[in-house]
Write a protein that binds this ligand. Structure first.
Ligand code: MV4
Length: 447
């Protein structure tokens, strides 16, 4: 196992990783920008190295400074968290060539899954169900027309280099398709430097279901069940839960087996997520693979009674799994996560940075709060607006919702606007309580 690791991230996830390290006897090195001198991740690490000014490009994305910080402090490995450099294959490659273990999958796997058209082709070849559409990238409008006729309208054009909802266009008619195709391609070129696009049949109001998978470095792959992440606004998740209300244990096993097969097909190692869309008829289709630990991993930790970050460290440290799929049970019941953002939901969710003048975090049975914030902390304007993850766990979904409603009411944050009042309204809505909502939920709810 490692003696010391560096955490190339900030905020709650940096703290989350530091906590796992402390419990495992691993020493920690934090890196921080000048805007994060007073963040808890900077305080709680054994050592902290300033890597530059606030702008991410000059600090948390500055590869040379991060590698130097690891070398100066003798860190043996780097945990990238999520965002920033977590899915940057060149960074993973550079770590490995500097004899610093990158805590995540191999660089070639990151590259392969980073191109969404290649990822989809890889999965189809491995027998994973995918949405009907183009087999590869489409290069001209004639080809696009022909495929759209075959699969039927509406269709969706997606950027190969996109992902997470960036660079998508929907077309309902052949006329709209020409515009959608050329716009998607030129937007992709501008945004990602790669004009490649592919096409799929458009699925109306699907559920966004993702499966947590994990692989050690000895070829063992397991899954930890699914998360329902359908409650999103402009591709920003606001509420996640596990299990998904509409999935039966038989379906869970089937979906889990598919996800494991997908991970095996690419020689995956460490933590990963396979995203699926579930249509209103209950069919599942592979969408994307995320090659990182995700924001919402704690809902899975609560229902499976595991520590996924510790498992990441063990696997990267070269340890084989001490368990197999049959040992993974869903004894935690139900878990829900609310991402508490410093945003104003009454003004289109605009960011609301600044000083937190009052901070009373909720507690009690079945409540977990992951946050780098505290009273008097000043939220810097340079980064993501998430200031806490509030999770509740209970035996049943109804109890879990009641507990979340209680915990949201207990959470008192003053000085900045937060998403708490909005999430309280969602908890109280009939539609959310039904559990049958799709990705269209928030748009309808806001209207
Ligand atoms: C789709 C889709 C409908 N049909 N693909 C958005 C994020 C990216 N991972 C995939 N996305 C979608 N792909 C087909 N063929 C609808 C979405 C989508 C969506 C997916 C998950 C969560 C929220 C969403 C919101 C709008 C659209």
């Amino acid at each position: 196992m490692f003696n010391k690791i560096l955490i190339a991230n900030r905020g709650e996830i940096a703290l989350r990783i530091i906590r796992a390290c402390k419990e495992m006897g691993i020493k920690t090195v934090a890196v921080y920008s000048t805007a994060d001198e007073d963040s808890l991740h900077t305080w709680f690490a054994d050592e902290a190295v300033c890597i530059g000014p606030p702008q991410s490009a000059d600090s948390y994305l500055n590869v040379a400074r991060i590698i130097s910080a690891a070398e100066i402090t003798d860190a043996e490995a780097i945990h990238p968290g999520y965002g920033f450099l977590a899915e940057n294959a060149e960074f993973a490659e550079l770590c490995n060539s500097c004899k610093i273990k990158f805590i995540g999958p191999r660089p070639d796997v990151i590259t392969r899954m980073g191109d969404k058209a290649i990822a989809k082709k890889t999965m189809r070849d491995a027998g994973v169900p995918v949405v009907p559409g183009s087999k590869e990238e489409i290069t001209d409008i004639e080809e696009a027309r022909a495929i759209a006729e075959e699969i039927g309208y509406p269709v969706i054009i997606k950027a190969s280099a996109g992902g997470g909802g960036r660079g998508m266009r929907i077309a309902s008619t052949p006329l709209a398709l020409s515009t959608a195709f050329s716009m998607a391609s030129s937007e992709a070129e501008k945004a990602f430097g790669n004009p490649g696009v592919y096409m799929e049949r458009y699925i109306n109001n699907p559920k966004h279901i993702e499966v947590q998978i994990f692989a050690d470095e000895f070829g063992h792959v397991v899954h930890f069940g699914e998360r329902d992440c359908s409650i999103q606004r402009r591709h920003q998740k606001l509420i996640e839960e596990s299990p998904c209300s509409v999935i039966t244990p038989e379906e869970r096993k089937k979906l889990g087996d598919i996800a494991v097969r997908a991970a095996e097909a690419v020689g995956y190692t460490n933590a990963g997520t396979i995203e699926f869309l579930r249509d209103e008829q209950g069919n599942f289709f592979f969408m994307e693979m995320n090659t990182r630990i995700q924001v919402e991993h704690p809902v899975t930790e609560l229902v499976t009674l595991t520590d996924l970050v510790k498992l990441q460290l063990e696997v990267a440290g070269g340890l084989p799994f001490k368990f197999s799929q049959k040992d993974i049970e869903f004894k935690g019941g139900h878990a829900i996560e609310c991402r508490i953002n410093a945003e104003n939901p009454d003004k289109g969710f605009i960011p609301s940075p600044g000083k937190i003048t009052t901070w009373h975090a909720p507690g009690g049975n079945g409540v977990r709060v992951d946050s780098h914030c505290y009273e008097e902390y000043v939220i810097p304007p340079y980064y993501d607006s998430m200031i806490a993850k509030l999770l509740t766990r209970a035996a049943t979904r109804d109890e879990c919702i009641a507990r979340m409603e209680r915990a949201l009411q207990e959470f008192i944050i003053e000085g900045v606007k937060t998403t708490i009042p909005f999430q309280l309204k969602v908890m109280r809505s009939k539609e959310f309580r039904s559990g049958t909502f799709g990705t269209g939920f928030l748009e309808d709810f806001l209207a």
